[in-house]
Design a protein. Sequence first.
Length: 233
Amino acid sequence: GQILKTDPKEIPSTLTELYSKFTEIVLSRWDSSDLKSQTEYEVLVQVCGSLAKFLLDNSLNVVSVSDFRQIVNSYLTDRNLQIDENDILEKVLNNKEIFNVSFEKNTIKFRHRSFCEFFFANNLLKNKVIEINEEIYNPYWQNSYFFYFGLKKDSEELIDDLKNIAFTDEGLSIHQVMVNSEFMLASYLTPYKKICEILETNLSVASNAVFSIINDVEKLKKIEKEGEEENRE
């Protein structure tokens, strides 16, 4: 609504852009031209990324407010930004659009997992720490890397890394066809030639995996059994 009121041309064209615009608005990036306000926004993005990384790396969805304060303090202590950690903590605790805070339990979490995944991707991008392997196709991680590709937009070098993944799991090697199509949509500024190359690689890897499963009767029975167990769950 705020974007429509200011400039309809700025309506996000991708899911990642939607999340980027949304977080900029609700974290008050444009509320003031004051330098402190802009710096506070950058700090907020960084500490949210650190929180997201801590949650996903440890398979958590909630942490204590004291643990989050420690994340904020750790970030600010290493930098001479002259920003009060209480100001950052207050902005987060009072932000009901992105965070869910329980003052009774003294805990904080993201209102939706997708916010956590978006800030996790931001953390990867800011810190330039990323390992491309078959785990990015694991349903637990794939949305985080979808956002990462979307934040990069031009992902030429990442696509070269995708082509060199050594798959050990047939399921993931088949699943990567669908996931890579989402990655490519997210990174829409990538040269089209590279997208064609990865598509060819995707289909080749998936086809080999399918033939491998078909020709291995025992493996096929095992996959069918696992599928039945998942359906029962």
